[in-house]
Design a protein around this ligand. Structure first.
Ligand SMILES: [Fe+2]
Length: 251
């Protein structure tokens, strides 16, 4: 049995140890709760059983547990400049069996830790069990949906230098991946526009149709595209909307 309300209380107690006046901490707390809600929505749309829905919500609650320590220690969300926040989260949950405070039932521990570890990697690792793959896919979708939502709310000049972004070019390799329906490789990012396109390109890594439907219904992608004045944007808009419609209608 997973008691999600109890797990939320433990999470609340845990984040009390961090400075909520720090906007990064406040943002991650809010992000976490939104990911829990989205994970619930997607897993119910997928008609998963109650335990699997609860497990998806618990993984959503814990997926970014490493972020708080990352901000405290390094004051950044950049894994490259600090450490991989998913691996850090797994370490925190394993230390002194902290995970047992969130969930008494040991049979879920592997799936929880594997899904968290895989939530931020370019690809899900191979050789996972079916349950691990399902939950890893679920948390990746829920996380991406909320990242995209965050971009629609956030001002461009907070996200990146506004002048810079509208004057910057999209690199050919980035466009090539985009128009081949491939998620952007972070190593190829060169300009602020490249990074912006990489957010739109997250759509190519969305796993489930219910996730695409949420994104379409909320209009996040079009809002993100409309915030940017680059001349390539009308083509990007057309391509990504066609892609989403195609996948949704193929089911
Ligand atoms: Fe994360």
């Amino acid at each position: 049995m997973i008691d999600i309300e109890k797990a939320k209380k433990v999470f609340n107690d845990y984040v009390e140890n961090y400075d909520k006046n720090n906007p990064r901490i406040a943002f991650k707390i809010a992000h976490t709760y939104r990911v829990v809600d989205v994970a619930e929505k997607i897993s119910k749309e997928l008609k998963l059983d109650e335990e699997q829905v609860n497990l998806a919500m618990l993984i959503g609650l814990l997926h970014d547990i490493g972020r708080f320590e990352q901000v405290r220690k390094y004051d950044t969300f950049e894994d490259k400049l600090s450490e991989d926040h998913a691996d850090l989260g797994v370490k925190i949950l394993q230390e002194n069996n902290f995970i047992s405070e969130f969930c008494e039932d040991e049979k879920y521990y592997n799936t929880i830790l594997v899904a968290i570890k895989n939530h931020n990697k370019f690809k899900i690792a191979e050789n996972l069990t079916e349950e691990e793959i399902l939950q890893a896919k679920l948390v990746r979708d829920a996380d991406k949906i909320d990242i995209l939502k965050s971009i629609t709310i956030e001002n461009l000049d907070v996200l990146m230098d506004d002048d810079n972004i509208n004057n910057s070019k999209i690199s050919n390799e980035i466009l090539d991946d985009f128009y081949h329906e491939r998620q952007t490789k972070r190593a190829l990012l060169k300009t602020p526009m490249d990074e912006y396109i990489s957010y739109v390109g997250m759509i190519f890594d969305i796993n489930f149709i219910p996730s695409l439907k949420i994104l379409k219904e909320k209009g996040y992608i079009n809002t993100i595209i409309d915030k940017c004045k680059n001349e390539e944007m009308p083509n990007i808009r057309k391509f990504i909307n066609n892609y989403m419609d195609k996948r949704i209608s193929n089911g």
